[in-house]
Design a binder for this molecule. Structure first.
Ligand code: ZN
Ligand code: ZN
Length: 382
């Protein structure tokens, strides 16, 4: 079945060009002296040392004012106290994404009934449905963004690149910080955990990577809700979490997709390729070379859908800022050996739908037979 998908492959030109471009640019950025970066760092330090005697700000134009002022006469609004502005790092968010449907399936028994198994196998879904799912995710994120900005008086022009990506991440998931262990970050049950001791550029790449895991899961939640015509809930969520974790095939898709998104919004060739190389290693001959490549193409196709969502905020300007910031701190050239592992093929719409059918129908059947694991997951999302 997986091999059949090869007739639906096409070249992902954008990715191919991005890699070519990177190979060219990296030769030039190498020439950039460390001295220059050092000077920039010093300047940044000096800026941070500047004394700010202002304690109030205008909620409209964000200009800051001394304590004895009460009004911004330009915007004609009363001033607020600076303490009402929450640093982006500390803003709390628990965003909820919902899909609606006629049925409310509130336990595994009703989800895995005979007629639902049939519905999943029939797979009555088209590109239009998929676009609606993606639109729904975008809309919820943008609403959350609007709310976070308003509630916390965020001045988008006054925050760093890291803070922008962090704020955007908080429109999708709860963000927590850790200061232990080797792992840069992970995504688990609606929470992205990042190590905030790392450099800004590593935190950014990690957030984009983990956010991609969340978005792939959320797209599949939307697909399953559409197939079963049901509202999303934690049972559906847990099933999709299981589907993405139970086999090397789905793990590889999930990991390769996150890897591609990370590369696309930051820089190809500098990432840690071990995340998906480990999965390939643990497969131990389970899939042929060709099958692995097709599986990577599926991941790449998902990455394209996810990219579409991420671009509602990470526009071309922000993307360029992220990339140049990254290259300022990484003088080494991209790992040419590893770049060869990049797959620049993606599926046509027809092939993409067939791939999703394969993932969901096989995964749904496997989930139905492993209720114990699903119940364990359920404990985690409470
Ligand atoms: Zn003002
Ligand atoms: Zn990952």
């Amino acid at each position: 079945m997986l091999r059949d998908l090869s007739k639906f492959l096409k070249v992902d030109e954008e990715k191919e060009n991005a890699i070519q471009d990177l190979l060219f640019k990296s030769q030039h950025t190498m020439l950039r002296s460390k001295k220059l970066v050092f000077a920039e760092e010093r300047m940044e330090m000096c800026e941070n040392l500047e004394f700010a005697p202002f304690t109030k700000f205008c909620p409209k134009c964000h200009r800051e004012y001394p304590m004895d002022e009460n009004v911004c006469y330009e915007c004609l609004v009363a001033l607020k106290d600076l303490s009402e502005k929450t640093p982006i790092h500390d803003i709390e968010s628990k965003p909820i994404f919902r899909f609606s449907g006629e049925n409310s399936l509130d336990d595994f028994e009703s989800i895995f009934c005979e007629s639902n198994v049939e519905k999943v196998n029939e797979f009555n879904i088209n590109m239009n449905d998929l676009e609606k799912i993606i639109r729904n995710i975008k809309l919820t994120s943008l609403r959350n963004l609007d709310e976070l900005i308003n509630d916390n008086y965020v001045d988008l022009n006054g925050i760093t690149i890291l803070e922008k990506v962090l704020l955007f991440t908080k429109t999708f998931v709860n963000v927590e910080y850790k200061s232990y262990g080797q792992q840069l970050g992970y995504f688990e049950f609606e929470t992205v955990t990042i190590d905030d001791r790392q450099t800004a550029s590593l935190q950014i790449t990690t957030m984009i990577h983990e956010l991609s895991h969340f978005l792939l899961k959320e797209i599949l939640v939307g697909v399953l809700c559409k197939l079963l015509d049901c509202a999303s809930n934690r049972f559906i969520d847990v099933i999709v979490t299981y589907v993405l974790a139970y086999s090397n095939f789905t793990q590889l898709i999930d990991e390769y997709s996150a890897h591609c998104c990370e590369g696309r919004f930051t820089v190809y060739g500098y990432q840690d390729y071990s995340s998906f190389l480990n999965i390939i290693a643990q497969m131990d001959g389970e899939m042929s070379r060709d099958e692995i490549e097709i599986t990577k193409s599926i991941g790449n196709t998902f990455a394209n859908a996810i990219k579409d969502i991420l671009e509602i905020f990470i526009d071309r300007d922000l993307r360029e800022d992220i990339k140049s910031n990254f290259l300022n701190y990484h003088y080494e050239s991209p790992n040419y050996e590893m770049l060869k592992l990049e797959n620049c093929e993606m599926l046509t719409d027809e092939g993409f739908l067939k791939a999703i059918w394969l993932i969901i129908s096989e995964g749904f059947a496997a989930a139905g037979e492993n209720l114990e694991i699903l119940n364990d997951y359920l404990e985690e999302v409470k």
